[in-house]
Design a protein around this ligand. Sequence first.
Ligand SMILES: [Zn+2]
Length: 229
Amino acid sequence: MPFCFGHYFKPNHFYMRQTCGGCRVPVTRDMVLNDLSGDIAINRKNDTGMKNHTLEYCPGCGHKTFLPNSDKSYRCSACGFLLYRNAVAAVAAIIECQHKILLTIRANDPDAGKLDLPGGFVDNGETAEAAMERELAEEIGFRPPSLTYFGSYPNTYPYAGVVYKTLDLIFTCPLEALPDLQPDDDVSDLVWVSTRAIPFERIAFDSLRKALADYSVHHRCNPAGTIAR
Ligand SMILES: [Zn+2]
């Protein structure tokens, strides 16, 4: 049994590999994913199943001389025009209430019908906190009493023939009473799942699977529900 259910959980020097403060058993995110979901094959469809349109024509001189310069930039071999495509910021919330976590069902592609966390992209000039509050209002009609930053998780998001690299910023929001929520925007429905039975194989994105697995590690070693970090 790799997990401690009773001891208080204390992170050691590196938070992705942690040790139970009581029995010193190391607990890792991969252990949680393997333990809770068996031999799930992480869905790589998003990485390979869609044509990724590439930039070919230089926005500076118009010639078909615009070539990848690195994994995050293009450069025109004719005029030297340089364009960076860095990660796009996105936010998502882990809302927990009575040992259950709120998941949304995606109304739209990519991965329509799969499970998700409420959230979305950060607008230009917007803070992550404001984006999180806006997305919660838009998607589930919810005004969070508090938001606590949890961690950041890189992701790949294919949309309309373009594969975007994102950095998903995860917030947590513990609640004592179940809120009245209404699915809206790009959410078709809502489900509450047990923190001990998160259906990782039905969750849309690799970043959110990892975030929820990390969250689950914390929850398992501190069943009272408080995150020890
Ligand atoms: Zn050019």
